[in-house]
Design a binder for this molecule. Structure first.
Ligand code: SAM
Length: 279
């Protein structure tokens, strides 16, 4: 029986409505409502607390653009950590880099991992790789209670509301900076440049205070509110806007040209960081 799925995104000025949807699974985990929906155009959809996290139609744009600019910027990424990302999409992309020795996946809700292994095998399959270590814990707590030396840190969290809010804090970013190697690279999804401009400004300013280089790059994503999605990347050594090495990773969208063209022009980047950008 089909129905209209009305996305309830409290972090967005508009809400999207998807018609002819069939719900094929739902549960309430310890942390959130988890739904799996089918849509005639977007395919299978993962929904957490009423907000679309991914669709099988367009997830590769997001996962490739979140993961590869940071992985390519690092000269030899061996130790990576993904915070959030329980659907496995980032794990799948990180494992396309042959240098990788280990990927730590720190996802607070183990049920998201288990549901995605059942309903999104093409996205979550990499989670079973023997180089992947799953930690079911809050990402900030994990970094607070340990000392690490990561080459690449990737944050693939839900929107900055509820438990994900702390993953956009200055405290969290300073913990990341401390647990990154000298040539380490950090990247996070950082919401829509149009709908969430004050949030993106704050993320960029936090990163500028902590890292030698930090920039914003964007990607059009039709299923995320505001479409013009940002990724905030920071590096201790190498300029992430330059593509210094190539990986033949069977990417559906990412390429060196896409990588370089995704970054904001200097005029917009500077206005963003100075907080002068206003639209
Ligand atoms: N690509 C999606 C986006 O951009 O909104 C995110 C997908 S992924 C499924 C988001 C994951 O972040 C969820 O599984 C959620 O449980 C996890 N998460 C949220 N807050 C977290 C935290 N503080 N520590 C670890 N994982 C967290």
């Amino acid at each position: 029986m089909t129905y209209n799925f009305f996305e309830k995104d409290q972090f967005s000025p508009i809400n999207y409505n998807y018609s002819d949807v069939v719900e094929i699974y739902n549960e309430k985990s310890q942390f959130q409502k988890i739904q799996v929906l089918e849509h005639p155009f977007f395919g299978r959809m993962l929904v957490l607390d009423g907000i679309i996290q991914l669709t099988t139609k367009d997830e590769f744009f997001y996962h490739e653009m979140l993961v590869h600019p940071a992985m390519i910027t690092h000269p030899h990424p061996r130790e990576a950590i993904i915070i959030g990302g329980g659907d496995g999409g980032c794990v799948r992309e990180v494992l396309k880099h042959p240098e990788i020795d280990s990927v730590t996946l720190v996802e607070m809700d183990i049920r998201v991992i288990e549901v995605c292994q059942e309903f999104f095998p093409m996205i979550s399959a990499g989670i079973n790789d023997q180089r992947v270590k799953i930690v079911s814990q809050d990402g900030l707590e994990y970094l607070e209670n340990g000392s690490f030396a990561f080459d690449v840190v990737i944050v693939d969290s839900t929107d900055p509301i509820g438990p994900a809010k702390r993953l956009f804090s200055e405290r969290f970013y300073s913990l990341i900076e401390k647990n990154l190697n000298i040539d380490g690279v950090f990247v996070t999804q950082s919401e829509s440049l149009f709908f969430h401009l004050p949030h993106v400004i704050k993320v960029q300013q936090n990163l500028k205070n902590l890292f030698k280089m930090s920039y914003c790059y964007t990607q059009a994503l039709s299923t995320y509110a505001g479409n013009w999605w940002t990724f905030s990347i920071a590096s201790k050594l190498i300029d992430p806007r330059k593509v210094l090495r190539q990986v033949d990773g069977n990417f559906r969208y990412y390429s060196p040209e896409v990588h370089m063209r995704a970054f904001l022009p200097d005029s917009i980047q500077n206005a963003l960081v100075s907080g002068k950008l206003d639209w």
